[in-house]
Design a protein around this ligand. Structure first.
Ligand code: CP
Length: 306
């Protein structure tokens, strides 16, 4: 059996192209499983997984929990709100207490970049990064690549434009690494203030013109403005942002050739996407969510073998 080169999934940066293909190939098998009348396999029957979320989440938390249950793992869920974190307990103490209850794997979302890396150096359990601040969101990038494969056959050779708030996005960085490792070309597009200064070191094209990005790409992966991570004003108003960077169905319909519209969610309807664009035939946004379960099953299953 093929194995991953890592014990933890902390980011895409430290995965090999082989790891990525192994995860995507395994996810394809699990996608068949979750479309059967009986959606469950006994693969992780002896494993207990804790989903430890210090930040809000709808898709990632539910998707991991469903993936774990479809693999027959035992699951416990922890949210920082309502926990003893509010009484001053440290991250390491919290996690060590969860592990003392014989937990084998930790899936963690945290607002601090590097939090899962810190844990992985200090605990025996496998750690899966479910999003660490503005740093990485590896399973989102993997499910995005899986969805591109599903729709366009292959990621290699495709042009992907990541449009929106690149500066505060963990999805952007994980996608850049994931797409480039598979041989795709990447462009980032947004206002100058929302493109990080280090972007030139990542070998991506940069545009500040959304129409140029849409005309260039095969896939537009649109990101929301992450107001919760913005301490200062990066643009005059959401209305002005929407005027310059918002994407409508009309803009997509008028392109010379069809492109695929993606968004990791949650969508701010009327800001980065109009409702008619988000719900149009161009969009694979809900397919991404469906594929997320299969991809997370693959990640958990492969890490459990390490
Ligand atoms: N895409 C994503 O991470 O969504 P949630 O914040 O709802 O998990």
């Amino acid at each position: 059996m093929q194995q991953l080169s890592v014990r933890h999934l902390l980011g895409i940066k430290n995965l090999t192209e082989n790891d990525i293909q192994l995860i995507l190939g395994t996810a394809r098998e699990f996608k068949d499983v979750i479309n059967r009348p009986i959606k469950k396999v006994p693969s992780l029957r002896d494993i207990t997984i804790a989903n430890v979320f210090f930040e809000n989440s709808t898709r990632t938390r539910l998707s991991f929990e469903l993936a774990e249950k479809r693999l027959s793992a035992d699951v416990v869920n922890f949210s920082a709100s309502g926990s003893s974190v509010k009484k001053g307990e440290t991250l390491l103490d919290t996690v060590n207490n969860i592990l003392a209850m014989k937990v084998d794997m930790i899936v963690m979302r945290h607002s601090s970049p590097g939090a899962p890396h810190y844990l992985s150096d200090r605990i025996k359990a496998n750690v899966v990064n479910a999003g660490d601040g503005t740093h990485e969101h590896p399973t989102q990038a993997l499910l995005d690549s899986f969805s591109i494969q599903d729709k366009l056959g292959d990621v290699a050779g495709k042009r992907v434009a990541i449009i929106g708030d690149i500066l505060h996005s963990r999805v952007a960085l994980s996608n850049i690494f994931c797409l480039q490792k598979q041989g795709a070309e990447v462009m980032v597009c947004g206002p100058t203030t929302l493109i990080p200064k280090y972007i030139n070191e990542l070998g991506v094209k940069v545009s500040h013109d959304v129409r140029e990005a849409l005309n260039w790409c095969d896939v537009a992966n649109v990101l929301r403005i992450q107001l919760e991570r913005q301490q200062i004003k990066y643009f005059p108003s959401l209305r002005e942002y929407s005027l310059y960077y918002g994407i409508s169905k009309k803009m997509l319909d008028e392109l010379d050739r069809p492109i695929v519209l993606m968004h990791p969610g949650p969508i701010n309807r009327g800001v980065e996407l109009t409702s008619d664009a988000a719900d149009s035939h161009h969009s694979i946004i809900l397919d991404q969510v469906e594929n997320g379960v299969a991809v997370r099953m693959a990640v958990l299953y492969l890490l459990a073998q390490m």
